[in-house]
Ligand binder design. Structure first.
Ligand SMILES: C[S@@+](CC[C@H](N)C(=O)[O-])C[C@H]1O[C@@H](n2cnc3c(N)ncnc32)[C@H](O)[C@@H]1O
Length: 304
């Protein structure tokens, strides 16, 4: 008989700052394949340990889901760096009418909170952070996903430069599917694999991109899915990992795009002007052309 979990862990809290049972179930949307806190039965867990996410709405949503999942008396341990939401964590938890003990260690604010019988405000925080259709965008989206309530300016520059594409391709770091929707307006496109690390983005993209040529993957695009011989890749690569700027992440996307493309295949990519991608593009591709530059962004066409 499979026993239901008694504890969940959200993300990767520093292990020296909290304990969680070895069989705790991972529930972060940034851990491909993990379970989802939304689906955990209310009042079922003894413990939730959370690396609280940085955005205010997404953090209150995750905290509220964590508290909802706990049995009365169950313990939520939540932590975040002081400058990434940690400073507000105690107040946010107290706002759910639960007693909180707060400590600071290693630049993290750590809050331990026991779910009280009088817990309140959970449904409002869950509603505020839930997936929704934004009429202004005409898209499904959710607080916490990249540029969740507007078209990213870099994406807009890439959209303005992108020609109609043909054949089979991939959108690496697809977000909610803005680039994919444009790519699929070309009838010559025969297939498109959309890949993102953020399960919330992939769920939104699966509602936005209802095209039989599209396949969605909740995965780390640096290693998966297993594709080859593509005609094109489109990409607005991530340059943050866990909140810190990480140029290596974008550079890994460039190398991965090369590996997925057939000889003669093309990468269309946008990057912030200050990010150093020219060297990795030149070393990975036979021909690199700057196709657009606007608003602090550069668009490259790189042919393998
Ligand atoms: C700059 S955003 C672009 C999103 C979307 N293509 C757009 O233009 O609006 C980069 C995306 O990459 C995703 N991402 C970050 N690291 C990733 C990884 N290792 N594998 C796949 N996707 C990743 C982020 O979740 C984010 O949605």
């Amino acid at each position: 008989m499979i026993r239901p979990p008694t504890a969940c862990v959200y993300g990767a809290p520093p292990p020296e700052l909290a304990d969680w049972p070895a069989d705790a179930v991972q529930v972060s949307p940034l851990a491909p394949g993990s379970a989802s806190l939304e689906d955990v039965a209310p009042d079922s867990l003894d413990a939730v340990v959370m690396a609280a996410p940085p955005g205010t709405i997404e953090r209150r949503y995750a905290l509220a889901l964590g508290l909802r999942a706990l049995k009365p008396g169950g313990i939520l341990t939540a932590m975040a760096p002081k400058d990434k939401g940690g400073a507000r964590l105690g107040k946010e938890l107290a706002g759910f009418s639960c007693p909180v003990e707060e400590a600071s260690r290693r630049h993290q604010r750590i809050c331990v909170c026991r779910k009280s019988e009088g817990v309140s405000g959970l449904e409002a925080a869950i509603d505020a952070g839930a997936p929704r259709s934004l009429p202004a965008l005409g898209l499904w989206t959710q607080p916490g996903v990249f540029s969740w309530d507007r078209i990213d300016p870099g994406t807009a520059v890439l959209l303005s430069a992108l020609p109609p594409l043909a054949g089979r391709g991939a959108d690496l770091g697809c977000g909610v599917g803005v680039l994919a929707l444009e790519v699929l307006t070309s009838p010559a496109v025969t297939g498109l694999d959309l890949v993102d690390l953020d399960g919330r983005a992939v769920r939104a993209a699966s509602r936005n991109v209802q095209d039989p040529r599209a396949r969605l993957h909740w995965a780390d695009a640096r290693t998966s899915p297993d594709l080859e011989g593509l005609d094109f890749v489109v990409c607005n690569p991530p340059f943050h990992d866990g909140g810190a700027e990480d140029r290596a992440l974008g550079q890994a996307f460039v190398r991965r795009a090369r590996a997925l493309l057939k000889t003669g295949g093309v990468l269309w990519m946008v990057a912030n002007r200050h990010l150093p991608y020219e060297a990795v593009l030149e070393e990975s591709f036979a021909r690199v052309t700057r196709r657009a530059e606007a608003g602090g962004f550069k668009v490259y066409e790189a042919r393998r």
